[in-house]
Ligand binder design. Structure first.
Ligand code: HEM
Length: 503
């Protein structure tokens, strides 16, 4: 008996402090509104399950979000409020002074992800955001983007894919992901950073800064560290986390070195205005620090390639399972290509079905699917209805809005490009209206909406123009769609069989 009671009290002495700590660490703050709570294990499901984001959404999120418009969810080390009701989202996006951007550099500055992105134009607030926008905006929103380089890169991608198909054999499928990433990285380099990275057409790993991107993505979305970034405090104990910091630092240093070399060799009379030139000049004149230069270069590199990359992977899946859409789009493209083999921006933007397909792809596969990167600076009442305590993190889920039948009708989850209208003007009008209302948010909305939207739409349309003009494809019948588990909504890999069109 004394032995048992000694054992029991020893066990209690050992267990009680960690249990008390966990209870404190994991408790939902009392000031949170009365909303359904997503069980915490859903945030680390990836540890034992291979469920994709779409399956996780259907199983745990759809019903409470569609009924209540918001849920309480564990995200990046704290309970936060995830919103899907369009009028509440509009309130959040309009009132950036109240629901202020607060990315990982504020929330978890010690973490691997904060080392990667730092303080940048996307996640900064107030003075810093104004400073970065003042420097970079003109380079991100050039009125006319040169289509020659986009056409050239798109042709290179189609060459790479058709060569791969020839090497593999006509009846076996090829994986598109690696070439799509290389295309996206090369396009970003040429259009925003004045870097010719030339990764497309080269074996994997040849251009280290490009192949690092796959390692970075895999590192960031490790479920345990993504959901409990406080574990990064113990990186000195965890070799895999030490490696994660090393990878982020390698990317930082490589990019900085490349940009510095480019800037030194640059002909100052060259009129081409690039984000990297603008950031370089701001650094030279002391407007920004070296760290701010590095952080904004990295975010430009990341955001200007990975969203287009994910969207194109989704496009291969969607159009490869719906050959009817491909055929209709190909008709429009081939008719135009007869007169305009090297179409200008105006010609590309005048094609109605192409416009509708891209808008519909962004609705069903929003690459930036979920973000929780805003904090209430004051006690607030979201949409005049939902009390939000000061210091609470709030965010949004685009798939929740775009796939809600109450918002987009009973066919919300179906690909129906026709819903956008007949003419390009009608489509653009609907695009603008839905964005303002918070019902279509692939690029976010209002004050902090995407500054690369115009370029991204053009880039994707040009690729489709070139691709559909040269090949048709079907998704490998043996390939089962699996969506990514992380914050990006796209197929994990897409296997297709390509056939070159007869000219
Ligand atoms: C399909 C492609 C793209 C998608 C889906 C997309 C989506 C988004 C989204 C959802 C946001 C808001 C992020 C937030 O709320 O924190 C955003 C912001 C931003 N995006 Fe994009 N983006 C794309 C391409 C690009 C490109 C090519 C660039 C060029 C560098 C770019 C530059 C930016 C910038 C600078 C911001 C921050 C705007 C601000 O806060 O003032 N994006 N993007």
């Amino acid at each position: 008996m004394p032995f048992l009671s000694i054992l029991l009290s020893t066990l209690l002495t050992i267990l009680i402090p960690p249990l008390l700590f966990l209870t404190w660490y994991l408790h939902v703050p009392r000031a949170f509104p009365n909303l359904p709570r997503i069980p915490i294990y859903v945030s680390i499901l990836g540890l034992w399950s291979s469920m994709g984001q779409d399956e996780i959404y259907e199983r745990w999120f759809r019903a409470p979000l569609e009924e209540h418009g918001a849920v309480v969810v564990w995200f990046a080390g704290r309970w936060s409020i995830l919103v899907s009701r369009p009028d509440w989202l509009t309130d959040m996006f309009r009132n950036e002074q109240l629901y202020a951007k607060a990315g990982s550099q504020i929330k978890i500055p010690h973490a691997v992800i904060a080392t990667l992105v730092g303080d940048n134009i996307i996640n900064a607030h107030g003075e810093n955001w104004r400073l970065y926008t003042g420097i970079m905006k003109a380079g991100l929103q050039k009125k006319v983007f040169e289509t020659t380089s986009l056409l050239k890169q798109s042709r290179k991608l189609v060459d790479a894919l058709t060569n791969r198909q020839k090497e593999t054999g006509g009846n076996r499928s090829i994986l598109v992901n690696d070439d799509v990433q290389k295309w996206a990285v090369d396009v970003m380099g040429e259009n925003f950073l004045d870097l010719e990275l030339k990764s497309l057409g080269q074996p994997n790993g040849t251009v280290r800064i490009e192949s690092l991107q796959s390692i970075i993505k895999a590192t960031l979305f490790k479920p345990m560290y993504f959901s409990f970034p406080d574990l990064d405090h113990f990186s000195w104990l965890l070799p895999s986390r030490k490696r994660a910091y090393n990878i982020m630092n390698e990317f930082d240093n490589r990019l900085y070195a490349k940009i510095m070399t480019m800037l030194q060799n640059r002909n100052e009379t060259d009129p081409e205005e690039m984000v990297s030139h603008m950031l370089g000049s701001a650094y030279k004149t002391g407007l920004i620090t070296e760290k701010q230069l590095r952080d904004n270069l990295k975010i430009t590199f990341l955001t200007a390639h990975e969203n287009a990359q994910q969207l194109i992977t989704s496009m291969f899946w969607q159009l490869g399972t719906r050959v009817d859409i491909q055929d209709r789009l190909r008709d429009e493209i081939l008719t135009t290509a007869k007169m305009h083999s090297d179409p200008s921006q105006e010609i590309i933007n005048s094609l109605p079905y192409l416009t509708a397909v891209v808008l519909e792809l962004l609705r069903l596969f929003p690459p930036v699917c979920q973000l929780i990167n805003r904090v209430a600076l004051q006690p607030a009442m979201l949409g005049g209805e939902l009390p939000i305590a000061r210091g609470t993190f709030v965010g949004w889920n685009a798939w929740a809005v775009h796939s809600n039948p109450a918002v987009w009708g009973d066919d919300a989850r179906e690909f129906r490009a026709e819903r956008w209208g007949e003419s390009v003007e009608e489509m653009q009008g609907r695009f603008r209206r839905e964005t303002v209302r918070g019902t279509y948010i692939p690029f976010n909305a209002h004050k902090r909406k995407c500054l690369g939207q115009g370029f991204a739409l053009l880039q994707v349309k040009i690729l489709l123009f070139v691709l559909l003009g040269r090949v048709s494809w079907v998704v490998d019948p043996g390939y089962k769609l699996k969506m990514t588990p992380g914050g990006i909504l796209a197929p994990l890999g897409c296997r297709v069989i390509l056939t070159e069109l007869k000219s």
